[in-house]
Design a protein around this ligand. Structure first.
Ligand code: GAR
Length: 217
């Protein structure tokens, strides 16, 4: 069976890209990365892609005066490569409505919170400010409003009493690296559909009824 062709869009470190590269390595995985695209020339993730033998392309947003032209160039590169699914992995630019429309139900994002809570930037600072007891991460399809769209997979982590934003972000990142490959696999296996309320439905999902409490006593 032919594999789902992924284009991964990054702006920086690329640790989620690395998780996807590692997940795609076994021959039996149903997806492959065909292109890594960065809006920043120095993004560390570009080295990870090159190391793995994956083609890269830099489209520097600084060379564009309007967002539409920048987005059109990215779409052209990804369509040209035969992309089935766009994976935003720490891509830190807002996307035009046209871009989001073009890739509707063919573009997913990872965000370091339990959406729909804590959209946007500086998430972990705000989680700690609000005294939330749990935090987490979400993989979702992308819709026009920032950090919205059908939720595919989430993971929860506890917030501990002495956490700094960096501590919490690091605890969440470990789970990001689990759920991004999982979401890609579910999509590649054809198990994800969107219902009439714009929610993602997972065929044959295995879930647990176990709930968790924090603090424990
Ligand atoms: C990740 O924590 C990802 O969830 C976040 O940026 C980080 C990128 O790290 N994305 C967002 O905040 C998007 N709103 P990485 O480059 O090591 O994958």
């Amino acid at each position: 069976m032919s594999k789902l062709k992924l284009a991964v869009m990054i702006s920086g470190r690329g640790s989620n890209l690395q998780a996807l590269i590692d997940a795609c390595a076994p021959p039996g995985f149903p997806a492959e990365i065909i292109l890594v695209l960065s809006n920043r020339p120095g993004a560390k993730g570009l080295d990870r892609a090159t190391e793995a033998g994956i083609p890269t392309k830099v489209i520097d947003h600084k060379n564009f005066t309007d967002r539409a032209a920048f987005d059109a160039e990215m779409t052209a590169a990804m369509e040209g490569a035969g992309t089935d699914l766009v994976c935003l992995a720490g891509f830190m630019r807002l996307l035009s409505d046209e871009f989001v429309d073009h890739w509707r139900d063919r573009m997913i994002n990872i965000h370091p919170s339990l959406l729909p809570a804590f959209k946007g930037l500086d998430v972990q600072e705000r989680v700690l400010e609000r005294g939330a007891r749990f935090a987490g991460c979400t993989v979702h399809y992308v819709r026009k409003e920032m950090d919205t769209g059908p939720i595919i997979v989430q993971a929860v982590v506890p917030v501990l009493a002495d956490d700094t934003p960096d501590d919490l972000a690091a605890r969440i990142l470990v789970r990001e690296h689990e759920i991004y490959p999982l979401a890609v696999r579910l999509i590649a296996e054809g198990r994800v559909s969107i219902d009439e309320k714009d929610r993602a439905v997972i065929a044959g999902a295995v879930s647990s009824e176990k709930s968790v409490v924090n603090p424990v006593g």
